[in-house]
Every structure is written in C-alpha cells, then in structure tokens.
Design a protein around this ligand. Sequence first.
Ligand code: VGL
Ligand code: ZN
Length: 201
Amino acid sequence: MHAVVTPEADAALIVVDVQNDFCPGGALGVDEGDAVVPVLNQWIEAFRRAGRPVVYTQDWHPADHASFKEQGGIWPVHCVQGTDGAAFHPDLKVDGHVFRKAFASDKEGYSGFDGYLAEDPDAAGPPSDVDLASWLKQQGVRKVYVGGLTTDYCVRATVLDAIKNGFEAVFIAAASRPVNVEPGDEEKAIEDMKAAGARVV
Ligand code: VGL
Ligand code: ZN
C-alpha cells in the first residue's frame, strides 16, 4: 500500500487536472491516467481529516484554444469548458476549491498557478480574479504536495511555479502519470522538479 504522509499544519494538496479528457478514452487520454484517482483519494482524505486545504486545478479551454492543432498548437481538442471531457473523473473525491486555467483563447497555461478560483464550479464561463498563489498564502500555506495529470506538463509546471512563488514543493509520484510526447519526458520532468528543489515522495 502506498503511504500517505501526515499533512503538516502549513501544507496543502494540489490535485492537478484529474479530468476525463486526460484519462483513458478521453481526447488526450494518458496511459493509466485513471490510476491516480484511488491514490489521490487517499491523500485528499488525509488532508481533509487534518483540516488542511485541498485544491483542484482544471484545464478549462475555449473551443478555439491556441494549444489545439487547429490553431497551430500541439494538442487535440481537449478540456473544452463545460464539456464532459473537462469534468473531473467521476470517482475523484472533490472536496475543496477549484482553480481554472488556460480559459482564454490566446493564453497557454500549464501551471496551476495560472489558475483562478471558480467561485461557482457549475458556471461554465471564466473564473474569478483570485489566483492560486494568493489564495494559498491567505490560508497560511507554505508547503504544497502536488499530484495528478500530467507529470511532464501541468504537474511539472505547477511544482516549478510553486517554488518560484516561495512554497516548498513535494511531487507525489504514485499520484501522477505522464503524457510522454517524447520518450523520456517523464524522467526529464522529475529531474527538472528535483533540480528546482522539489522533494519526491
Ligand atoms: C495538460 C496537455 C495539454 C496537462 C494540459 O494537464 O498536463 N497537458 N493541456
Ligand atoms: Zn490543455
């Protein structure tokens, strides 16, 4: 059984993009993407039990987003605002605030720190102007644990930005899966995170 840490009093958990389109059968499904769900659910329960925040990031693209092949980007159409593909995996325990990113056509945004609080997750449009770093700091958070999809894009970018924003960062390997556009991207991402000062569990 994979061990979950006891969350410190200044810790938060960031669950990155555990959305249908990144799971097998989705528009940009990654191998074993759904395998992160039961692992993350244990982490989510441990943080909630300890009274610590859990935040969820959500890739939230307009239908003509710059990252899509049709617009000259590299990805198939995925995580379009309000669609089932953009919804969280149905088995993911959602108990915390949702931060949406890459919701403007011309703006890429892999990092959860490009995310803004969705005050009403049932509303399909753009979120509020409360950014993730400000929100976490307001909660007294100094250390973030990060897991989800995908290791080599959004998880990596979130870990690197956490450190840039002055947080300690821990990458949860068992709770993450890569897209591996090029072979070795996962290993490279983990090296990048470590080199920036992240811890790996
Ligand atoms: C992601 C590719 C495109 C991710 C998002 O969540 O890692 N990857 N958009
Ligand atoms: Zn995307």
